[in-house]
Design a protein around this ligand. Structure first.
Ligand code: SAM
Length: 379
């Protein structure tokens, strides 16, 4: 079956869930009939079924658009996750380890990044762990929280890493005893969604429930369908659709509308980010959006870096040369002018654009870190 419209120019990205399977196993089973190619252009344009093993993100493949895996055994068993390459950047960049203690996924539904975090934690797990690690996954929207719960059930693994579900991240007290050991946080808040290509490969972005894939697809309601129609209509015209914090979509008709919405979203994103920087044991935080607007990206990062909390607590941007290999190698970086001319911060920021030939959606991610004096020393 051929992919339609804009999506035909993009491969379908598939993350192998290493909590349930391995790349080797999937190459021999689910992707047995696929021929290996070495460029995105070949995956997209060549006749037949093709597969490319990604060189930036481990356990990620790109396959010919239009190949429907939603009924495959691997998909229904949670062995593979349909997740755009860019959407894999935040958990990979955060790179949680056992020494980071517990982890928070602050804006979690439908849960692609939650299960990715769990898989990464597991891959680094030492043979003997003194204490089990917990991923606290927060989701404010109750309908989306149901999707998250389903996804965690299908693709997570409680025997390896505990995933605890919570509601509004902004309502929790960073100083609470429960979060004493939280060393890493992943923030993927609601945004304008201006980097989105099509709905199929990005279930997390516009629609509360994925239309054709994802464990929550049977939860479709009239309200969801209405939002979907509105989104489709706006995509066909020159209008832009903004999905706000509460899950509502707004059609933007003018520059002024857009500026106002972006300001409102950036305000909310800033609050989430500053809240995360307050967790006493936190050492790593990633901030990501599927927006291409610098108001939601570099500008939020710069404001956070200049905040009192960041200065008091010693937060800074994770420099490019400190990043995990695939992210260090990723060529598209932040906008220097939006970082007030700070080249080091801009290089630390990671971007993608949907029309730049990498076959992925428009995206932004940056990691904040802080070095703690005396860390690792004997007391
Ligand atoms: N990280 C998800 C993934 O990869 O599957 C996608 C997250 S989506 C871009 C943003 C989510 O944040 C939405 O589901 C939204 O309902 C949720 N959200 C917004 N404000 C929140 C808050 N204060 N606490 C928890 N979740 C929130």
């Amino acid at each position: 079956k051929a992919a339609a419209g804009e999506e035909a120019a993009y491969p379908r990205w598939v993350r192998i869930n290493t909590l349930k399977s391995s790349l080797e196993e999937q190459l021999e089973t689910t992707f047995r009939g696929y021929s290996r190619v070495s460029s995105i252009q070949d995956v997209v344009a060549k006749e037949g079924k093709h597969i490319l093993i990604d060189t930036h993100v481990p356990n990620l493949v790109a396959i010919t658009p239009g190949c429907d895996l939603s009924k495959s055994k691997a998909y229904t068993a949670g062995q593979i996750i349909l997740q755009d390459k860019a959407s894999c950047f935040p958990a990979y960049l955060l790179d949680p380890r056992s020494e980071d203690g517990d982890v928070i996924d602050a804006c979690a539904a439908p849960g692609n990044k939650t299960t990715h975090l769990a898989a990464i934690l597991h891959s680094h797990e030492p043979e003997f762990k003194s204490e089990p690690q917990t991923i606290f996954a927060f989701e404010k929207d109750s309908r989306r929280a149901m999707t998250l719960e389903k996804m965690v059930k299908i693709a997570g693994s409680n025997t390896m890493t505990r995933i605890a579900l919570g509601q509004d991240f902004l309502q929790v007290d960073p100083e609470s005893e429960r979060f004493r050991n939280v060393g890493a946080l992943l923030l993927d808040p609601s945004c304008s969604g201006s980097g989105i290509v099509g709905r199929d490969s990005m279930p997390e972005l516009h629609l509360p429930v994925p239309p054709r894939q994802g464990p929550g697809r049977d939860l479709k309601s009239e309200a969801t369908n209405k939002r979907k129609r509105r989104h489709d209509e706006a995509q066909d015209s020159s209008e832009t659709v903004i999905r706000d914090d509460d899950g509502n979509e707004t059609v933007i008709k003018s520059e002024k509308d857009l500026t106002e919405r972006l300001d409102a979203l950036a305000g909310f994103q800033q609050i989430i980010l500053l809240h995360a920087l307050r967790f006493p044991s936190a050492r790593k935080v990633t901030y990501s959006t599927c927006s291409i607007h610098s108001q939601e990206n570099e500008q939020v990062v710069m404001k956070a870096l200049n905040s009192d909390i960041a200065k008091e607590q010693g937060w800074r941007i994770l420099r490019r040369n400190e990043q995990v290999r695939g992210m260090k190698d990723w060529p598209v970086r932040g906008l220097v002018e939006a970082c007030n001319g700070d080249k080091e911060v801009a290089q630390g920021c990671i971007r993608s654009y949907k029309d730049d030939g990498h076959g992925i959606m428009g995206f932004f991610v940056a990691a904040f870190v802080r070095d703690v004096a005396g860390q690792g020393e004997e007391e």
